[in-house]
Ligand binder design. Structure first.
Ligand code: NAP
Ligand code: ZN
Length: 370
């Protein structure tokens, strides 16, 4: 537990705190409880007692070393909310007792053109990720939100309005902003045709956000069992596709040149060639899923209809605040399954098996193991 009193407004800069986390010691072992050290507060730091943390598929990729070799121990978690327990002397936006949220980044240079534009995720010197990054403000590497307490620079903390379903706010900090950002940038609007590939944590948020903007939404899923849920969330069509088949999607005349924006949340490299013909004139195919190779891209597939194939990475801090405020104002929430920390390994397996409905959120505030 934290060594800093919950009602502190400033802290002794020499004082670090041991915090209980839940993480991995290697890419092959299970996650388990471990103690981690949180740095003492700097003047512009905020300490947060974490209450709820979402489980993103990126956590699984990272823990398993699927995105390259990692340093361990690693405590994942980059979409979490909690209550501010202490603030440094220079903090102005947050006060002790406020609800606060943290997403995928905890620091950046603040001086490059992207940081100046509020696009810290594209910091030209590289943003500090919430976990598994060298800590620019303290010793060792950053450790994430599967833990009881965190210390984060104020700029990277979102203010969460008082709500009575705080657990459902946590996923907005990653899956919410990652799907909101491309809709903002490419201006998905009312009456436009939108498609999402993959109805998981990101995909179902994308569906809800697109519907809230008045778009006609189509879901491409590999899981026929998700059709009913997709329709209930506002999808106009659900199309079951088969990535390994010779004809992965049933390509009908109505689907060709149909969509203004296609968003892929597929977590692994795949062949995009069946989807490119579905993008309409000047439309975009946005990949937020797999960071690896996207196969099947041809020059003609793009110059035909002047299509764009693009990517998008989370969102900047202003946009992260915006998506939280937008979802609170419009009563948009992810569909979550609440778990205890000791259930995390089982939850990972269920995400990998496409069984989660639709985002696991770990209850970090009610004690471990229960
Ligand atoms: P998720 O909950 O596992 O959802 C992914 C969905 O994709 C699954 O539910 C499944 O939907 C479909 N899918 C899974 N494996 C597939 C395969 N081999 N082929 C085709 N479809 C497959 O994952 P998530 O948390 O939403 O994350 C999705 C991806 O986005 C991950 O790779 C994650 O690392 C990445 N991500 C990127 C950013 C960014 O900034 N760009 C931010 C966060 C996450 P159906 O059952 O409906 O087919
Ligand atoms: Zn994430």
């Amino acid at each position: 537990m934290s060594a800093i009193p919950a009602n502190a407004t400033t802290t002794d800069p020499a004082q670090t705190a041991i915090t209980r986390g839940y993480g991995a010691h290697s890419s092959t072992g299970p996650l388990g409880p471990m103690d981690i050290t949180r740095r003492a507060l700097l003047a512009d730091d905020v300490a947060i007692d974490i209450l709820f943390c979402g489980v993103c598929h990126s956590d699984i990729h990272m823990v398993r070393g699927e995105w390259g070799n990692q340093a361990y121990p690693m405590v994942p978690g980059h979409e979490f909310v909690g209550r501010v327990s202490a603030v440094g002397a220079a903090v102005t936006r947050l006060a002790v007792g406020d609800f606060a949220g943290v997403g995928c980044m905890v620091d950046s240079c603040g001086a490059c053109e992207n940081c100046m534009a509020g696009l810290e995720q594209y910091c030209t010197t590289g943003a500090t990720l919430t976990y598994a990054s060298p800590d620019t403000r303290g010793p060792g590497q950053t450790q994430g939100g599967y833990s009881e307490r965190v210390v984060v620079r104020e700029r990277f903390v979102v203010k969460v309005p008082p709500v009575d379903d705080l657990a459902a706010i946590a996923p907005l900090l990653c899956s919410g902003v990652t799907t909101f950002s491309p809709m903002q940038h490419w201006r998905l609007g009312s009456g436009q045709r939108f498609a999402v590939i993959g109805l998981g944590g990101l995909g179902h948020m994308a569906l809800k956000l697109a519907v809230s903007r008045g778009a006609f939404a189509t879901v491409f899923t590999t899981s026929p069992a998700k059709e009913k849920d997709a329709l209930a969330m506002g999808a106009k069509d659900v199309i079951v596709w088969h990535p390994a088949a010779t004809d992965p999607i049933p390509l009908t005349h109505e689907l060709v040149n149909r969509f203004d924006l296609v968003l892929s949340t597929v977590p692994f490299p795949f062949d995009v060639s069946p989807f490119l013909p579905l993008v309409r004139q000047d439309g975009v195919f946005v990949n937020v899923g797999a960071p690896g190779a996207l196969g099947g891209v041809t020059g003609a597939g793009l110059w035909n209809q002047r299509r764009s194939l693009v990517g998008s990475c989370i969102g900047g801090m202003p946009e992260t605040q915006e998506v939280v405020d937008y979802c609170v104002a419009h009563n948009i929430r992810p569909q979550i399954e609440l778990i205890k920390p000791h259930q995390i390994n089982e939850a990972y397996a269920r995400v990998e098996n496409r069984e989660v409905r639709y985002r696991y959120v770990i209850d970090m505030g009610s004690g471990h193991g229960g």
